[in-house]
Write a protein that binds this ligand. Structure first.
Ligand SMILES: [Zn+2]
Length: 726
């Protein structure tokens, strides 16, 4: 689900830290760990600050040396030198970012609040360094007449655009203002994230035996263990973590408790307490709008999207609107089915179906229409079997293998694998961290502790990658048994991991891809998860080893379009919310709730029984996760991934090696060495067709005129450097 912008670049902002600087610090040494993974066990919170300090000052020295050269600017002495600089800083920042997301504590949160603005300042100091920009510009202006190759031209263009998008062409006064804005935004975004985390952890709902009578045994067991762990006042504890919340909403017949927990979920960051995010949202939108204007854009959305495949907010809205109407129509049909059942439970005239009823009645309809009870099939989806299934899929498609390894870990629940290429050469290390903990953010993501990179001697250093989830825990009597949603999430994150592992590019600056392209490698993997060919390979009963029965496979597939009206509506609603608030051209104080209500329910006739997947006060993707004006990335990339999967279908073999080879060669290994549309066409031979996405969501209507090809202006740049992907 999410990603963090990699913070690149610094002046020594830290005050005297000589004492800390002199202590032994793992970041000051060459790591002698197996495969050079971070020595997690010896990294302490107090190591980060001196490490950042030294890394930023080293980076500054490297930049100063580039500027001080007397030779004329060349690709090698300026662009390539910049690309090589800041290595220690990215090593420290990568580990810090991953640990803050997966295993934070008060000390780290405080540190994050302090360091992120300093990194923003560091970044700006480099991108607004005039002497440096003069050199970059000189190379940029002569790039086409010099003897440099396509990668080098692209890197030069990307770095030049990075400077321009960061304000290099602004007057001194405007540059100073922009620096201030960036620093403030960075601090606000950290506070936003910490508030959401606190609000997630602050709510617990305790219930007694009678109140959990309708729940499946596995859900009860998990809630009982949670209550024991919290040592709270009740027998069963439910929290706002999705793995606790969603099963409760799905199975609990206690309507008032459903309301209580769902309201608590919806009100996170909106409780008028110290963790309230409404003012932070106002401040961020005000500052982002001002920033966009300074840089010559009408709105922040226009600024962000100009650098993506979509190129303009208009192209984004066109896609969102195209999906919106049919999604609402479907959702209305779904609601009608559920209302019948609801009325049987609540025959009073004034009883109204509410948003906290949706999961419960949807599950009833699903059982009735498709005889699919997720609890009955969960035993076929143990975490271990599912992971092994994914390993086997990667082996079948790409010939790669996975071998458990003993390496340092940051928590005893983390496991690690060495990934081997088809010739058994080392491809990288992959960590898994599966279950919710208090110090972990919500959702699931994949990121890296170290990017792949080429050393100055021409050798390639392999990446170290981590997948982090919040999946159902094992209980004392059963292993972790996944929901279908968790199963596809694992395939998704694994796709990001494959992308990191396969990337093979010479320059660091060519690793990142456009934001609306980044979910293609992840989402394409989801397509395999529930196909019968694939299910038969991994969905085996955790106790008996029995392969999942055909009748279950049929039911899973028949129900694949089930509730898609709801899923699509809540997804597109969040994407619209994001685009709307970032399309503001002149900021005036925003009533956050009113803004959402007007935009979605008043203007776009959203069903009152559905909430957007994220409401602003806890929309971490866009206020603390690097998806601002970018939540649409998922649906945009879905056009790509569904169409790309068709390439496999068309061969008649979902595991076709030649197609998989092409996917690896043209897309997964290429990083951002070309723009997304060029990479896509190299794989598919043509631009993507939207119809596969619409069909997969059950929203397809035969068009009167052919408008299925996605019209995009290919962008040649990509400045969003992504690190953490959800
Ligand atoms: Zn993702």
């Amino acid at each position: 689900m999410k990603r963090l912008a990699v913070i690149l670049l610094a002046i020594s902002m830290f005050s005297c830290k000589e004492q800390a600087e002199q202590l032994p610090n793992p970041f000051f040494e060459q790591w002698s760990t197996p495969y050079g993974v971070p020595p997690f066990e010896s990294i302490k919170a107090y190591h980060y600050e001196p490490a950042f300090e030294r890394a930023m000052s080293l980076h500054n020295e490297e930049i100063a040396a580039i500027v001080a050269q007397s030779e004329q600017p060349t690709f090698e002495n300026t662009i390539a030198a910049m690309d090589r600089s800041g290595r220690m800083l990215s090593d420290v920042a990568n580990v810090f970012g991953m640990i803050c997301a997966a295993e934070t504590n008060e000390q780290l949160q405080e540190l994050e609040g302090k360091i992120m603005p300093q990194l923003a300042v560091h970044n700006d100091a480099i991108l607004m360094n005039e002497a440096l920009f003069e050199r970059v510009k000189a190379v940029y202006q002569t790039r086409l007449s010099k003897d440099i190759d396509a990668d080098q031209i692209r890197l030069t263009e990307k770095i030049y655009d990075d400077f321009v998008r960061s304000g290099a062409l602004l007057s001194g006064e405007n540059k100073a203002r922009l620096k201030q804005i960036n620093e403030e935004l960075s601090a606000l975004s950290v506070r936003f994230g910490s508030n959401v985390l606190a609000e997630n952890n602050n709510f617990v709902m305790y219930l007694d035996d009678k109140q959990v009578a309708s729940l499946p045994a596995s859900v009860k067991d998990a809630a009982k263990e949670k209550a024991a762990e919290l040592e709270g006042s009740g027998k069963y504890a439910f929290t706002l973590h999705k793995s606790s919340l969603i099963p409760f909403l799905t199975f609990s017949s206690e309507r008032s408790s459903r309301e209580e927990i769902y309201r608590a979920y919806l009100n996170r960051g909106n409780n008028g307490n110290e963790y309230d995010n409404k003012q932070i949202i106002n401040d961020m939108i005000r500052l982002r709008t001002e920033k966009a204007k300074l840089l010559g854009y009408k709105s922040y959305a226009e600024y962000v999207v100009s650098d993506q495949m979509a190129a303009t907010p208009k192209a984004v809205y066109t896609l969102l609107n195209e999906v919106w109407e049919p999604a609402l129509d479907r959702a209305k049909e779904e609601l009608a089915d559920m209302t019948e059942l609801f009325k049987r439970d609540f025959p009073q005239d004034d009883a109204k179906f509410e948003s906290w009823d949706w999961w419960y009645y949807a599950e009833k309809v699903r059982q009735q229409k498709y005889s699919l009870n997720e609890e009955n099939i969960r035993p076929y989806f143990s975490l271990d079997n599912t992971r092994q299934g994914i390993f086997n899929l990667a082996n079948r498609l790409f010939g790669i293998t996975f071998r458990p390894v003993n390496v340092p870990i940051y928590h005893n629940e983390v496991s690690a694998y060495e990934v081997l290429d088809k010739d058994e050469s080392h491809m990288g290390i992959l960590y898994f961290d599966f279950h919710p903990r208090a110090g972990k953010g919500q959702g699931a993501w994949c990121g890296y502790y170290r990017e792949q990179r080429y050393e100055t001697d021409g050798s390639r250093t392999a990446p170290v990658v981590g997948i982090v989830c919040n999946f159902t825990r094992p209980t004392s009597s059963t292993p972790s048994l996944l929901t279908l949603d968790e199963v596809t999430t694992l395939f998704h994150e694994f796709g990001h991991a494959l992308h990191f592992l396969f990337t093979d590019v010479r320059y660091n600056g060519l690793i990142g891809v456009e934001g609306d392209f980044v979910e293609l490698p992840s989402q394409i993997m989801e397509n395999w998860a529930l196909t019968s060919e694939m299910l038969r390979t991994y969905a085996t009963h955790y106790r008996t080893g029995e392969v999942i029965r055909d009748q279950y496979i049929t039911r899973i597939q028949n129900s694949s379009l089930f509730n898609q009206g709801f899923n699509t509506t809540e997804l597109i609603a969040a994407a619209l919310s994001d685009m709307d608030i970032h399309s503001i051209e002149n900021y005036t104080s925003i009533d956050v709730d009113g803004f959402e209500y007007n935009a979605l329910y008043q203007s776009r006739a959203m069903l009152p029984q559905i909430e957007p997947r994220y409401k602003y006060p806890y929309f971490a993707h866009i206020f603390s996760g690097g998806y601002s004006a970018g939540y649409y990335f998922y649906i945009w990339a879905e056009v790509l991934d569904k169409d790309a999967f068709e390439a496999f279908r068309e061969t008649g073999d979902l595991f076709d090696r030649r197609t998989a080879d092409a996917l690896r060669r043209e897309i997964l290994s290429k990083g951002g060495s070309r723009d997304g549309m060029s990479l896509y066409k190299a794989f598919r031979g043509q631009a993507p067709d939207k119809s596969a996405m619409l069909k997969a969501r059950g929203l397809w209507k035969e068009p009167e005129v052919d408008s299925t090809q996605m019209v995009v202006k290919p962008t040649i740049t990509d400045m969003l450097k992504m690190k953490k992907l959800n």
